[in-house]
Design a protein around this ligand. Structure first.
Ligand SMILES: Cc1cc2nc3c(=O)[nH]c(=O)nc-3n(C[C@H](O)[C@H](O)[C@H](O)COP(=O)(O)O)c2cc1C
Length: 437
């Protein structure tokens, strides 16, 4: 359609023929020549016009199908969480609210962000296969995860430094989790302690462990979590320390604030995170544990009586080893595309892992944004599905209310998706309800 602006073309469609359309075209087209060029390329022109000019007929150009009648305008932001129609509405508001460096930290993947994109595109490789004529007038999304009852299979992933996104940080997230009775996992490097977050949630929360190279630190952290009433330790095994977050690095350059007042050079500022209170962090150059092996996992296992989960499993071989090593559950995760750029999505890895896991529960995260994404994973056999960035978009946009609304939207979409596949409860979801596209 050459130089004819889309807005002009859509104005024609909106107004319809005979409603001033012609006048508008003439007024808005830059020149008569431009207008004629448009008409020649227009699907409204019949083929005959070209034929009569002696040219061989060209096929008519197709309009986008389906037409996008309400394209998302990123400049028009929601002013109230209730106005959000999906979780993506919060991201643009968070971008407006947050300093570029913090927003960059929130959204970044690694390298070319191939895994980040694959996590979303992966869902297109799976289709739902609904069953009909099942009574789905009532939908029950309650579930039990490692012996604990929750109202929804949607859990909140552990994410670091929530106060970088809102002053209420993890406390706001905990209060939002409480509203929907969601399982919440707290990061080692949270900006709120396990005790304070547990109090805000009003129920035990799960503790995510970055073990660090020093055993005494890992030991002290998990014992503290156990003493705080945490039912489970989630050991992250996919973040090995080195990563190239180009989106963060580039956005940080446009941040004019003085970052060193909060971020002392090196690991100093990390060591100030409240879960490390009282621990000797001197001499550490990382909080990750690139030396982690199954022997260390066994040592962690033997140190606490509560459940032990591994987060970051992406292969059936490791799932089998986890089951053989007495791990209580695993989380299929690539850290939301923040730890590796393998290009493999978690939904893609899920089926082989479910098969290998046997009776060991499998949870999954990375890229889940829609009720249909969640129902695909649950039908494939996942016990629960974790949400990372969307909760932080909600937090950065509106604090607790934003997180509440993100979770509310996901719960609502999940209910509809479960209903659509013909399952009155999570127990009724079955692998036959999903097929590879
Ligand atoms: C800003 C941010 C911080 C994160 N911090 C941690 C962390 O401290 N520990 C951890 O195990 N995972 C961390 N993750 C990964 C999440 O737990 C989760 O695996 C991932 O966000 C899920 O993907 P999603 O963001 O696409 O939903 C973080 C993710 C983000 C976006």
């Amino acid at each position: 359609m050459d130089a004819l602006p889309w807005s002009l073309f859509s104005a024609m469609i909106r107004n319809g023929p005979g409603e001033g359309c012609h006048g508008m075209i003439v007024a808005r087209a830059r020149s008569r020549r431009q207008f004629l060029r448009f008409l020649v390329g227009s699907p409204f022109m019949t083929w005959g016009a070209r034929s009569s000019a002696g040219e061989s007929p060209a096929p008519p150009q197709r309009l986008p199908d389906p037409m996008v009648w309400a394209p998302r305008d990123l400049e028009t932001l929601i002013a109230n969480p209730k106005d959000a129609v999906n979780v993506f509405d919060f991201e643009a508001v968070a971008r407006k609210n947050l300093p570029p460096a913090h927003f960059g930290y929130l959204v970044a993947g690694v390298d070319d962000e191939v895994t980040l994109r694959a996590n979303r595109e992966g869902f297109l490789k799976f289709q739902l296969r609904p069953r009909r004529l099942v009574d789905v007038s009532k939908i029950d999304t309650r579930c039990t995860i490692l012996g604990l009852a929750y109202d929804s299979p949607i859990f909140i992933c552990p994410t670091a430094s929530n106060r970088a996104f809102h002053p209420d940080g993890e406390v706001a997230v905990a209060r939002a989790a409480k509203v929907g009775n969601h399982l919440q996992m707290l990061s080692t490097v949270a900006t709120t302690s396990i005790e304070e977050t547990t109090a805000a949630r009003g129920a035990p929360i799960w503790f995510q462990l970055y073990a660090s190279p020093r055993w005494q630190i890992a030991e002290a952290l998990i014992k503290r979590a156990e003493a705080a009433g945490s039912p489970g330790i989630v050991v992250t095994v996919d973040d090995l320390g080195g990563r190239n977050q180009e989106t963060l690095l580039r956005l940080r350059r446009s941040d004019t604030r003085q970052c060193s007042s909060c971020h002392a050079p090196g690991w100093g500022y990390v060591a100030r995170k409240p879960n490390y209170d009282g621990l000797d962090m001197s001499g550490l150059s990382t909080i990750m544990a690139p030396h982690m092996t199954w022997e260390i996992i066994k040592r962690l296992r033997d140190t606490v009586k509560i459940k032990l989960l591994l987060k970051g499993i992406m292969s059936h071989e490791d799932a089998r080893l986890a089951a053989a090593n007495g791990i209580d559950a695993i989380i299929v995760s690539n850290h939301g595309g923040r730890s590796e750029d393998s290009g493999r999505s978690t939904i893609d890895a899920l089926p082989e892992i479910i098969e290998a896991a046997g009776s060991m529960p499998v949870l999954v995260d990375s890229g889940f944004r829609r009720g249909t994404d969640i129902v695909k994973a649950l039908a494939l056999g996942a016990k629960a599905v974790g949400i990372g960035r969307p909760c932080l978009w909600g937090l950065g946009a509106f604090g607790q209310e934003g997180v509440e609304r993100v979770l509310e939207l996901l719960r609502a979409e999940l209910r509809v998706a479960i209903q659509q596949v013909g399952a009155p409860s999570l127990e009724h979801l079955a692998p036959a309800m999903v097929r590879r596209a």
